[in-house]
Design a protein around this ligand. Structure first.
Ligand code: NDP
Length: 597
């Protein structure tokens, strides 16, 4: 890409103005969740037959809560450790997690399939495209469940309501909304990171007389069609979609084709870069040798975090900024020769170039200049999740599509017949909420149930003054209990990397405990304190995100409220975190864990 001449100071000022315009005093309080009066927004539209069954009252070895990517990986890795008595429990009707729920038209993965779809070598599977469709991923996840015999004992359409540890008998009592009382030796929780749909707390939301649903509960009975087939039910409907995040970017092109008229209601434009999807090259697939997937998964994170400066295997929009930075750094003899402030300047400059190209793409694609101006994102690339799509921007050239830009202020209110923006009502037959998911709320609030450990102590109470864990996965007072993708662990754009490494670690601990002849494993208070101290000593990288980025889920909506708790801090570099876990496992002594019978 050709370098553009950019006035860095002017652009910084523009970014700041756009950010400040969007800061709201209600921060994350502007949202509510699909429970209570709004419970209808969370009901499952994909179940053919509601399940009828008697309550369970039995004993199992491991309860895995959540049948998505993390639950599948836990199941697979536990089986490899010789643990067969596993029960996966999920409120949905099948395996699939996020891909079970998010079946909106056009759903697809924007992380490369070869690193996102797990266990490809174990399964002998090769994705059909560089970026797979949601349909393919869902079918593949269910194939994994079959392969590892996870269907045998699974409980779907079942929500856990409480977990209670029995000090007397050393098991977890798992209670569910179906009256089950399941005793489980171990519980592994993989509730997901984007599992709780957010609804905007807009005045009048309850008064709308048309159809309204959240993108994670797409109502094909109303819209007609499917993830791929045309939504003929919308042909005579005025549809308004609220939100322009990664989900909306993917479903707008299909809605544009099928709705009589589509209003895309925007508060902050996404950065929509080139997707450039294509079929998997069979010759490339044949050329791969054993271990290729782990190598590629590692390489992606290593390039993104600039830990490695070799070949960029994935080489897409996710790795672009660091790839370009690494080229320049290598020409200067390596990262050790670049002082931190120089590196920061270099990254900012590349970021500005990349975002300028994203903005030029809008001008090159969208014919109406006013619409094009409104679609341009003014913030640093990773302030919001980058998007990749080749049909989103062209959709705005259609006569039946109107961008309703709210100049950063959002929808004012909902009426019986539509929504109000800037004092003007837009009439709609159907309002689709593409307003995202809770990323901020505390665990176990996000899990949806309380976890009662030793001596009746609730995990929520224990963590009310800050998270206390070993490696983010275990907490003292909560034996035999493991949490995937929690705070005090790490973050990767490729969730598979995180889930895979943590599932491997958890399965190792359970496997070792059993092999050593014990049935209880618990973090010692000392090991937990050492991990908390380690996390607190890490540099705080969150303040730039909070102070400079446009508000969103990555920066707690730009607020510095209670959630800015140092103990929430994720360890910034996934590779560094996983190497700590790996070394811990290799040592082989389960350091910091107490074992009991
Ligand atoms: P997001 O949280 O990213 O987007 C929500 C959207 O709703 C934002 O545009 C937000 O505006 C807007 N919004 C919220 N309230 C209002 C309001 N009152 N008025 C107007 N607009 C409003 O949710 P998504 O579902 O799009 O994406 C969530 C996550 O799901 C992504 O971050 C990604 O991790 C994942 N995802 C992954 C995909 C993949 O391919 N792997 C595909 C799709 C999603 P504002 O930006 O101003 O807050």
């Amino acid at each position: 890409m050709a370098e553009t001449q950019i006035d860095v100071l002017a652009l910084r000022k523009k970014y700041q103005q756009e950010r400040d315009k969007r800061i709201r005093s209600d921060g994350s309080e502007q949202y509510q969740f699909a429970s209570g009066d709004w419970a209808g927004f969370s009901s499952d539209p994909f179940i053919d037959k509601p399940l009828q069954r008697e309550p369970l009252n039995d004993f199992i070895e491991v309860a895995v809560i959540g049948g998505g990517l993390g639950g599948l990986l836990l199941g697979a890795r536990l089986k490899e450790q010789g643990v067969d008595d596993i029960r996966v429990i999920d409120e949905s009707g099948d395996f699939g997690g996020t891909w079970y729920w998010n079946r909106f038209p056009g759903a697809m993965c924007d992380i490369e399939s070869y690193i996102y779809m797990p266990l490809l070598e174990e399964m002998g599977y090769m994705p059909s495209e560089k970026y797979a469709s949601g349909d393919e991923i869902l079918a593949y996840f269910q194939r994994i469940a079959k392969h590892y015999s996870l269907y045998n004992n699974a409980c779907f359409q079942t929500s856990v309501t409480e977990l209670t540890w029995s000090d007397a008998d050393n098991y977890w009592l798992v209670k569910t909304n179906r009256g089950d009382c399941i005793r489980a030796r171990y519980v592994c929780m993989s509730n997901g990171i984007l599992n709780r749909a957010k609804l905007p707390s807009l005045p009048g939301l309850e008064t709308f007389k048309g159809k309204m649903f959240h993108t994670s509960r797409w109502d094909y009975d109303y819209t007609g069609g499917s993830t791929k087939a045309p939504m003929t039910g919308l042909n005579n409907k005025r549809v308004a979609i609220i939100g322009t995040g990664a989900t909306a970017i993917q479903c707008v092109p299909a809605l544009a084709k099928d709705a009589e008229h589509l209003y895309v209601v925007q508060r902050t434009p996404s950065a929509v870069d080139v997707r450039d999807n294509g079929p998997t090259d069979p010759d490339w697939a044949k050329s791969l040798s054993s271990g290729w997937q782990q190598q590629r998964v590692f390489n992606f994170d290593a390039i993104v975090t600039m830990i490695e400066n070799g070949t960029d295997m994935v080489a897409d929009g996710w790795t672009e900024i660091s790839r370009r930075a690494l080229e320049i750094i290598n020409a200067q003899g390596g990262i050790q020769n670049v002082p931190p402030e120089e590196l920061a300047k270099l990254l900012e400059k590349i970021d500005m170039d990349v975002m300028e190209a994203v903005r030029s793409r809008v001008d090159d694609t969208v014919k109406d200049t006013e619409t094009a101006a409104a679609l341009k994102p003014w913030y640093r690339r990773n302030c919001k999740r980058p998007c990749f799509h080749d049909e989103y921007l062209p959709a705005f050239n259609r006569d039946n599509v109107t961008l309703v830009d709210t100049d950063g202020q959002g929808v004012e209110r909902i009426t019986e017949t539509g929504l109000v923006v800037g004092g003007q009502e837009i009439e709609a037959d159907c309002i689709i909420l593409a307003t995202g998911f809770d990323f901020i709320g505390d665990y176990p609030e996000r899990a949806g149930y309380e976890i009662i450990g030793r001596q009746g102590k609730a995990l929520g109470d224990k963590w009310s003054d800050g998270y206390r864990t070993l490696h983010g996965m275990q907490s003292n007072g909560f034996p035999n209990c493991f949490i995937l993708a929690n705070k005090q662990a790490t973050f990767s754009y490729n969730y598979t990397y995180l889930a895979e490494q943590q599932a491997t670690h958890i399965a190792h601990i359970i496997g070792e405990t059993r092999r050593k002849g014990y049935s209880v494993v618990e973090v010692t208070p000392q090991a937990e304190q050492e991990w908390v101290d380690y996390v607190l000593a890490l540099p705080d990288t969150s303040s730039d995100l909070i102070d400079q980025c446009t508000p969103g889920i990555y920066n707690m909506e730009g607020t510095s409220g209670d959630n800015r708790n140092a103990q929430d801090r994720p360890i910034p570099v996934a590779i560094q975190f996983f190497s700590i876990l790996n070394e811990w496992r290799i040592k082989g002594d389960l350091q910091g864990l107490w074992l009991g019978k």
